[in-house]
Ligand binder design. Structure first.
Ligand SMILES: [Zn+2]
Length: 498
């Protein structure tokens, strides 16, 4: 985290106000095509928007936060894991393709609902706009007329960035056939609000697109059209749209020249990486969904990762043992915040990491590392309510991602073979535990005293203790482990060493 005078989302909010002027309401947008599970990389877009929305609101501004589901886009290909028969639906709008899963109305709706449910959990509640519904209601008819009227100009703009120029008769709109639902259609004539088309299936018609929502505008034109329609002031975009000659380059020309409107403030966000667990890539069908991330990350800790890194910087979400450090960092920040030790930057990061406003008093939670032990000892009931919620994430993490060194089972019988000195130290440990109560720090000091007394290396002592207690050479921090298991049980185990 860099030390800046202002926090990044506040800086963007300031720029929006400066560039767009004082408005009654600012519009911040985000969106995606629900062609499959929305992966965690795309989540970065919506949380970037949401943080800017919060920053604007904290400045007393009114904001409309919209999320567009591009479910009127065509079904392009059958993703991995979906029945091959779905090839029959290629060319239809995603909103018309049946759901491959139970409970959902359509293919698009399944993925929309999945993501919407996960968003609520991290405190993100935009106004969702379904493009299929907007088109059904013919909302864009007057803008579509502008597109058709100015098609020669549009082709000129698009051709500047194309290796192979579009043909002169190229149409900047597509029609979904009313009869078969596919977009394997050809426009014969377009005049005013009327389009005459024919389909591969043999169907032919002339429609008034103010009455029949069958027209689809391709992405590069659709994007600026919606900036105009919704009067968008801010929208982040991924690196894919932001490359030279990419859809942002053409969109910013189209919005000015075709729709006579200003370009929204744009911010490029970088992809994120997944460390440990499975690699993520949406095209391979092994995308990690927000829901899967939420299984092991608390909403606040997940938000903290995104809040704490400028959107244009890459970072990784860890699923290996590094997750412990991420939780610890968050807990340190929280402690600082409530003790009044956080600097302005840290204070802001903490505030925006919260699903709602920060609680008045700190709700103290047991650390992730300690919970790894508690969970495996099935001691969750001894925890407070907040820690029990965290313990569920830890349990899921142990089950799915934890390294072998983090997993253990407490022994009831000593199976470890011990050498002379090892036996001696274990007997000393038993004596110590019987003599008095220890806290974690005191017990750790006691280990070193025992080693010194017997003349044994610390590492050898730990190795022996772990083998006795959990049957392997490595495990969670020994002092904490012993105290969590309970010294009586450990004493019983050590008694077996003769
Ligand atoms: Zn047809």
């Amino acid at each position: 985290m860099t030390q800046e005078k202002f926090f990044w989302a506040d800086q963007i909010a300031d720029r929006i106000i400066k560039e767009k002027g004082n408005k009654k309401e600012y519009v911040c947008a985000s969106g995606i095509t629900p062609s499959g599970t929305v992966h965690i990389g795309n989540f970065r877009e919506v949380i970037t928007t949401e943080l800017v929305v919060r920053a604007l609101q904290d400045k007393g501004k009114k904001v409309r936060f919209i999320y567009s589901w591009d479910d009127y886009d065509r079904f392009r290909k059958v993703p991995v894991g979906i029945d091959k028969k779905y090839e029959n639906y290629i060319g239809m709008p995603l909103s018309k393709v049946p759901s491959p899963f139970k409970k959902s109305q359509s293919y698009a709706e399944h993925f929309e609902k999945e993501f919407e449910t996960s968003l609520v959990k991290v405190g993100i509640n935009p106004e969702f706009i379904r493009q299929s519904e907007m088109n059904k209601k013919c909302k864009y008819a007057s803008l579509i007329k502008v597109i058709i009227d100015k098609r020669i100009e549009i082709v000129k703009i698009l051709n500047k960035y194309r290796k192979e120029p579009l043909k002169k008769d190229w149409m900047p709109v597509k029609v979904y056939c009313e009869k078969c639902g596919n977009d394997f259609t050809r426009i014969i004539n377009a005049e005013g609000y009327f389009i005459e088309y024919e389909c591969k299936c043999g169907f032919k018609d002339k429609i008034d697109y103010r009455k029949k929502g069958l027209v689809k505008v391709p992405w590069r034109i659709d994007w600026p059209m919606r900036w105009k329609y919704e009067e968008v002031d801010f929208e982040p975009g991924g690196a894919d749209h932001s490359a030279a000659g990419g859809s942002f380059d053409t969109a910013k020309e189209i919005i000015k020249k075709i729709f006579d409107y200003e370009v929204p403030l744009y911010y490029v966000y970088s992809w994120i990486k997944i460390k440990g667990g499975k690699d993520f890539s949406s095209s391979e069908g092994n995308a990690l969904s927000l829901d899967e991330v939420e299984e092991v990350y608390e909403p606040e800790v997940l938000r903290y990762l995104f809040v704490g890194t400028r959107p244009n910087k890459e970072f990784q979400i860890s699923f290996d043992n590094d997750i412990i450090k991420i939780y610890e960092d968050y807990d340190v920040l929280e402690k600082k915040y409530y003790e009044g030790q956080a600097n302005p930057q840290e204070k802001r990061i903490y505030e925006l990491s919260q699903v709602n406003k920060p609680a008045k008093k700190r709700l103290k939670k047991t650390g992730f590392r300690h919970l790894i032990t508690s969970v495996q000892l099935k001691k969750e009931k001894e925890l407070n309510k907040e820690s029990q919620v965290r313990a569920k994430k830890v349990a899921r993490w142990i089950e799915k991602y934890a390294g072998e060194d983090m997993k253990f089972e407490v022994q009831t019988k000593v199976s470890a073979r011990l050498e002379g000195k090892e036996k001696e130290t274990m007997k000393e440990l038993k004596k110590s535990l019987e003599s008095r109560d220890f806290n974690e720090k005191e017990l750790l000091d006691e280990f070193y005293m025992i080693c010194e007394k017997i003349g044994m290396k610390n590492t050898e002592f730990f190795d022996a203790a772990y083998r006795v207690i959990i049957g392997k050479s490595k495990g969670p921090r020994l002092a904490s482990l012993i105290l969590t298991i309970g010294k009586d049980k450990i004493i019983k185990l050590l008694e077996q060493i003769k």
